[in-house]
Design a binder for this molecule. Structure first.
Ligand code: SF4
Ligand code: MG
Length: 324
């Protein structure tokens, strides 16, 4: 498969008061293939939203590189930057907070058309907006209404229409369904899947819930305290998870059909997630890991492909990778 995005050793640090540095994203490496959905999961504060925001240049990277369609995103200028600002779009967890309450839905959706000069006349602009409303399952009659007149699910559809207006090929969806009622979540996910098929979109789908991500993702990456700890194809990750943190997350996922999958022992992790200001030495998960060894405090486990297309950072598997 063709790579559309290559993230290498990405770091994003924030300054937090005197001499304090929050290592929100710390040395993260992964690729995204054209047309796939890569799910990114982890507890809140693990850095997954920060990755999304850094990829799309809402944040400058502290170091490392983000290569989109063979170009370094953080070095783009002029016409190439304007193109990038169309090609990569973001949809947000809370569509209400991300939609301007004083703008009509028509103007919200047309914003990208206006910025990039994509409609030659008012008539064309309106036609494009009506078309976009239809694409996300909303009627023309909504065009002059305001965000507060819509339900949460409808507002997320408006957010999706706004993102689609500029004809992107990569969409970062930051917890797009977490704030919605369970009954509405599947509708929005199904809409996203249909749009992906129809338009050949690539998704980075950020969520804190593994069961949600399983349904939509081709591959899943698991984050802990600013780092990726495991990444694999969805089925591989669910059936052959390697990292103790992934195991713990999976043990909390309700199993839909107990006959099909072997029941997992529930793993309760001790303690809390440490601060990203002073993360533990060696493996960051070691203070909570049921399998921690002496080496885990001394040496940072390398990010290695230990089975085909299955990456993990854990000393339990470093030998396997070396003997190949
Ligand atoms: Fe646990 Fe050690 Fe693996 Fe970290 S490196 S997850 S502490 S076994
Ligand atoms: Mg977040």
């Amino acid at each position: 498969a063709e790579k559309i995005l290559e993230v290498k050793n990405l770091k994003k640090y924030f300054h937090a008061g005197r001499n304090q540095v929050v290592k929100a994203v710390d040395d993260v490496t992964f690729d995204v293939y054209k047309g796939e959905t890569l799910g990114l999961v982890g507890e809140s504060g693990c850095g997954k939203s920060t990755i999304g925001r850094t990829l799309i240049r809402l944040y400058e990277a502290t170091s490392g590189s983000v290569i989109f369609k063979n170009k370094n995103v953080h070095q783009l200028k002029g016409q190439e930057l304007r193109m990038f600002n169309r090609e990569m779009q973001m949809i947000f967890q809370d569509p209400y907070a991300s939609l301007n309450p004083r703008m009509t839905v028509g103007d919200i959706i047309a914003e990208g058309l206006d910025i990039h000069g994509l409609a030659k006349s008012n008539k064309e602009r309106r036609e494009r907006v009506v078309e976009l409303l239809k694409t996300v399952g909303l009627g023309e009659e909504h065009i002059d209404r305001f965000p507060h007149e819509f339900s949460g699910g409808q507002r997320q559809r408006i957010g999706i229409a706004r993102a689609l207006a500029v004809d992107p090929d990569f969409i970062i969806a930051d917890e797009p369904i977490s704030a919605l009622d369970v009954s509405i979540q599947a509708q929005v996910v199904n809409l996203m899947k249909r749009l992906q098929r129809e338009k050949g979109l690539t998704y980075l789908f950020i969520a804190h819930d593994l069961s949600m991500v399983k349904y939509i993702s081709d591959r899943v990456g698991v984050m802990y305290l600013g780092q990726l700890v495991e990444l694999a194809e969805s089925q591989e990750l669910y059936e052959h998870s390697l990292h103790p943190y992934t195991e713990a997350l999976l043990s909390a996922v309700p199993i839909p059909d107990p006959n099909k999958e072997k029941r997992r022992e529930r793993i309760i992790l001790k303690g809390d997630v440490p601060s990203p200001i002073n993360p533990p030495s060696g493996c960051r998960f070691r203070t909570r890991c049921p399998k921690a060894m002496d080496i885990c405090a001394e040496v940072v486990p390398a990010w290695q492909e230990v089975r085909p297309q299955h990456w993990v950072a854990c000393h339990l598997y470093q030998e396997e990778a070396k003997t190949e």
